[in-house]
Structures are given as structure tokens and as C-alpha cells.
Design a protein around this ligand. Sequence first.
Ligand code: PLP
Length: 360
Amino acid sequence: MARVFNFSAGPAALPLEVLEQAREELTDWQGCGMSVMEISHRSKEFIGIAERAESDLRALLQIPEDYKVLFVQGGATTQFGAVPLNLAEQTSAADYLLTGSWSKKALAEAQRFCDARAAASAADGGFTEIPDPSTWALRDDAAYLHYTPNETIGGVEFHTIPDCGDVPLVADMSSTILSRPLDVSKFGVIYAGAQKNIGPAGLTIVIVRGDLVDRARAATPTMLSYAPMAAAGSMLNTPPTYTWYIAGLVFGWLRERGGLEAMGEINRDKAELIYGAIDSSDFYANPVRKDCRSWMNVPFTLAKPELDATFLDEARAAALTNLKGHRSVGGMRASIYNAMPLAGVRTLVDFMAEFERRHG
Ligand SMILES: *Cc1c(COP(=O)(O)O)cnc(C)c1O
């Protein structure tokens, strides 16, 4: 069975080289006679794997020294609640920018734990743009401003970092982390589920500025509190060891490829190629305002929606998989994270042109 070009939104494609290395090491990791899955998280072998993964991630993102990096469980969704528990009191203000499904979910969860409100919302326009910063109703006393740099479902992405002065900025980077260089020093907290652009599902990365690590309210469950997790090197209990190991292989793969500068260039080229194909055709359309289009998730519709199923069938036959749009929006979506090579996007764009010639 040959590999396909997999456009899944998540869990998403992993680099073939990483899978091959994992296969190579599956039953005997570097001569220890055991799989990484079979060794203690307290063993010197695994501690080495864990430390290497963190140092490679720090190098890739140039994470400042005073930030803690946590490798935790529960997905980005658990951080929707962990963020207010760690940064706010029940009566504290917290501002949210609503730009799509994920930021809406983050706000709804935070409202259980603090006075969280939408400072801006793009709901009226069907979440196809980022509201102009001049319209944001930010509160000076907010414990933090939360936003979703890339809305995975709607394909809306911030191409600049919001300016909220001294209020800590919190970002759900699940579907955009590691896609290009990032100035981590602008953020209070960054979190991301692994299964889009980091590794397999089961791991969540949290990057926390030093002064925000130890502020959790007393009732916060220990496993959700940043300070004890940081003090324990993310090993308060058994971490997802194998996922952590694969994430480490992905970080190594990224560094070998020239790091985030190089990835950013490839990712921009991939995005331009596919949006160019959509915009130059009357058959395909993307609803997002051009300056807010995602580099990672490209939703598009067909002029004849009755052909959606045919499009997906023929794409599958051409080894292009998982192009079905999210159930809440329909149409198609091509997720083109780091592991999707330019060749995959070229193949998709050629397929789209050919499909249009035959059915348009
Ligand atoms: C996928 C996704 C989530 C949910 O992630 P889980 O790890 O499944 O909790 C949250 N936010 C964004 C932006 C996502 O893309």
C-alpha cells in the first residue's frame, strides 16, 4: 500500500521520515533492547528523550529562558479551563476574541471559571474575517486576552500578533504552532494540542511565561496547575511517553530542514498555490477575507455542491484523502501542515483543475 497525500485536519499527517525512524526503532530503541513504549518515564533513556525534545522545541521557537515548557495531557480543550484556573480568579475579567468555532468553545469553558467575555466577535459575518482591532472592547483590568491565531475549521488566521499592552496574551496555537517563526516573548501562555502540527494525539504543549506559572487559584486540580507540573518536569504522573518521543522526532526533523524560517517559506508557497488555484477559478471558492486566510487549513466549496461526493471519491482514487470539510461548514477543507509537502499541494491543485475541466 503506497502512502497517500493526507489532508486531514487532525490527527494529521506525520513526516514519512519520522514514521520510518519510529519503525526502525520500534522494538529496540538505540540498542536498549526495548521499545520506548516499554520503558519507565523515570529511566535515564526516557529522561534523555524528554530533555532532547524540550531543548529542540526551545531552539526551534527560540523560547526565552524564563518561559516554562510543559508536556501535558487533555488536549487543547483541557487548557480552555486550565487557563482561567491558572491566570484568573472567579471574579476576574478575561477577554476573548471570537473568530470561529474554537475560540467560541474556549470562551464558553472560561465563563465557568471567571468573568470571561467576547471583546470582539466575527460571528455576524459567519466567521470569515478578523474584527478590526479598533473595534475590540478590551478591559484594562483583564487577567488575560485569549485568541485563536488559527481557526482550524473556518480557515481564518491572524497574520499579526494582537497588541494588548500589559495584559498577558494567551494563544491556542493548536493548528499553527511551528508553521513559521514566532516571537514567543509577546505571549503570556501558548498552548497547542499535538495532533495537528507536532505529533500524535495525546500530548499538549503549554509554554508559560515565568511570572504567570505560579498564580493558579487554590482549588485548581494539581494536574492542571502549571507550577507543580513545571516543578516536576511535566512528570507529576506518567506522561504520554511514546507521543512525547514522536514529537521529539518531529522537532529533530524540523531542525534538519532548516527550522521555522524554512518551514514558513514552504508553508507560504503551499498556501499561495492553493488559494491561487481557487481564486483563478469560477468553480471553487473560499469565503475568508484575503488578509485573514489560513496558511494551514484551506476550506473551499464547489460551485455545484451536488458534486461534493464525486469530488471526494475521485480525489480518493487519485490518492488525495481527507478533503471533506468539517461537518459544521460542509464543502471541502485541505489541511496543509508542515508534514504536507509542496508536491502534495501541487497534486491537489492539478486534480482540482482537471476535475473542473470534466465537471465544471
Ligand atoms: C483541534 C483544535 C482544538 C481541540 O484540540 P483537542 O486537543 O482535541 O482538545 C482546539 N483548538 C484548536 C485551534 C484546534 O485546532
